[in-house]
Write a protein that binds this ligand. Structure first.
Ligand SMILES: [Zn+2]
Length: 62
């Protein structure tokens, strides 16, 4: 029982745009503020992965 009378909805900072995003069941994109920000973040992640070569490092290539 820890009710301190705080009505402020819990918010987090959207990792993509830095805006306050409501951390609630109603926000299905959390921790992002919107679907758009979520997709942008995923896109960057995929691009990042693509850039990393999946082959052996050149030093290992005799
Ligand atoms: Zn956002």
């Amino acid at each position: 029982m820890d009710r301190n009378g705080s009505d402020t909805p819990k918010t987090v900072r959207c990792p993509t745009c830095g805006k306050q995003a409501v951390w609630d069941k109603s926000n299905r994109w959390r921790p992002f503020c919107s679907e758009r920000c979520r997709l942008i973040d995923l896109g960057e992640w995929f691009e990042e992965r693509r850039r990393i070569p999946d082959d052996r490092p050149p030093e290992d290539f005799e």
